[in-house]
Design a protein around this ligand. Structure first.
Ligand code: BES
Ligand code: MN
Ligand code: ZN
Length: 486
């Protein structure tokens, strides 16, 4: 793990590898030795380097190596983070690197903002899931032990990074959970992991099968019943301001540790990706972890339904009817539309038992939404315009973008059943929307609710600057920003 140090006073010129940030073509002479300044100035001229975003010139004189990196005049925080991820790729082969930043007055970012967002990007970009390699000799393996930040205005200190450090920790935690294969991360193991977060001051209640049954969460149980691995429901509470009478905020996550489709079995190609069908749960748990690490002055309740969806002689059959904890009956048309069954019971329980009034659920819910947005946006469904607008704006700021899709009565009608109160899926088209309509039937009208369908953004098969190949932990940045961690 790389250590990030923010140094206010000492302006060390000792380090052999330096990164200097600039928004223009001038070379700041106080950051390196005279001869290097000369070389840099020549390189700038030769490469026509103008400090625009993401551009870089570098010089190397056999001993010192300097990267001059452009920020452009008006980068957003998300762009600075991404730049951090990009720089990480250039420096990860060195063990110690010094980074010199300057304030960016045009976006009112002081040097501390710039340094913290860069470090955050480096932490996300430097993530690796390597626990299952028995030898770590890959060329890709990062060597970077320490990055030390300096600024000409001397305004850096380690505490400034506390909140973003917590968020980075949470993103990495979510990715670890999502990359974990389903033979290791069963519902029980996942629940034990969540329970361990109590050391941070979180309150965690784990419901086992008996209690889940006593609560009447039969939709959730119908998903789990084909599997040898018993289900769990975890309720995680952060009470940062116990006396507050603000509307109660609740987060709900889909935690299907493996989704084979059940009796409506999925095709084999790509089925392994369904180990990540618990990403919504990981993101909710990680957001609560971040809130605790930040000692956030707010109350949040999280609930995650942890189940494995498998075919067997015990499994739910297409056509079965189950009674949800809300009392309404559901005809299970397709056992592969399992996420909504898990979420429906969790949503209802969260409102009934804990009185949640503002609710966000996160789920890898439909292939339909994945085909709509690819890996650029997550699908947003919301019953409250103001909340939808907030989430869209926070999405842009956090780098995890959402786009709202419509829901209305015509779509909702499509999930009426001939022999029960509803069925668990509609016709082939508009699958993301009818899934959202199903969830909405378990949300009380007076409550503000948003559903994030993150199928498509939950993993990255190519890898980007902030998200190496594999699980992205998508949603932790958005939700931690929504709750006010950063
Ligand atoms: N977990 C899947 C959705 C999914 C697909 C997530 C691809 C990530 C990548 C979900 O449980 C599912 O199977 N949905 C079905 C619903 C259908 C049977 C109504 C789908 O979208 O095909
Ligand atoms: Mn499914
Ligand atoms: Zn699923």
């Amino acid at each position: 793990m790389t250590e990030f140090v923010f140094n206010a006073k000492k302006r060390s010129l000792q380090n052999n590898v330096k990164v200097i940030l600039t928004s223009n073509s001038s070379v700041n002479t106080e950051f390196c030795k005279e001869e290097t300044v000369k070389e840099l100035k020549n390189a700038v001229k030769e490469a026509k380097f103008d400090g625009s975003y993401g551009k870089c010139v570098s010089v190397y004189n056999g001993k010192n190596r300097v990267f001059l990196v452009g920020t452009g005049a008006k980068p957003t925080a998300a762009e600075i983070q991404e730049l951090g991820g990009k720089i990480y790729g250039w420096i990860s082969g060195f063990s110690k690197v010094a980074v010199f930043v300057q304030p960016l007055p045009k976006i009112k970012a002081d040097s501390s903002d710039v340094a913290c967002n860069l470090a955050f990007g480096m932490e996300l970009g430097g993530y690796r899931f390597d626990k299952y390699f028995t030898t770590k000799n890959s060329d890709d393996y990062p060597q970077l032990e320490q990055v030390e930040f300096f600024a000409s205005d001397g305004k850096l200190n380690n505490q400034d990074y506390d909140n973003l450090r917590a968020v980075a920790n949470a993103v990495r935690y979510a990715r670890d959970l999502c990359n974990e294969p389903a033979n290791y991360l069963t519902p029980e193991v996942f629940a034990d992991d969540i329970k361990r977060l109590e050391y941070l001051g979180l309150k965690v209640d784990i419901l086992e099968e008996k209690q889940i049954r006593a609560n009447g969460m039969n939709m959730l149980l119908s998903v789990a019943q084909g599997s040898h691995n018993a289900p769990r429901v975890a309720v995680i509470r952060w009470e940062g301001t116990p006396e507050s009478d603000a509307p109660k905020l609740g987060l709900v996550g889909k935690g299907v540790t493996f989704d084979s489709g059940g009796i409506s079995l999925k095709p084999s190609s790509g089925m392994g990706d369904m180990k990540g069908d618990m990403t919504g749960a990981a993101v909710v748990v990680a957001t609560l972890k971040a809130a605790a690490l930040c000692k956030l002055k707010q109350n949040i309740i999280g609930i995650v339904g942890l189940v494995e969806n498998m075919p067997s002689g015990h499994a739910t059959r297409p056509g079965d009817i189950v009674t949800s904890t809300s009392g309404r009956t559901v005809e299970v048309i397709n056992t592969d539309a399992e996420g909504r069954l898990v979420l429906g019971d969790c949503l209802w329980y969260l409102q009934e038992k804990y009185g949640a009034e503002v609710i966000i659920d996160v789920a890898t819910l439909t292939g339909s939404t994945m085909r709509t947005f690819g890996s650029e946006y997550a699908g947003l469904f919301c019953n409250t315009d103001g909340m939808a607008a907030d989430l869209c704006e926070i999405g842009e700021m956090s780098g995890e973008k959402v786009w709202r899709l419509p829901m209305n009565k015509e779509y909702d009608k499509l999930i009426n059943s001939d022999i029960a109160d509803m069925k668990n899926c509609g016709p082939a088209n508009a699958g993301g929307i009818t899934a959202a309509c199903f969830l909405q039937r378990f949300v009380k009208e007076e409550n503000a609710w948003a559903h994030l369908d993150i199928a498509g953004v939950d993993r990255d098969d190519k890898g980007h600057y902030l998200t190496p190949k594999g699980a992205t932990g998508w949603g932790v940045r958005l939700l931690t920003k929504f709750v006010g961690c950063w």
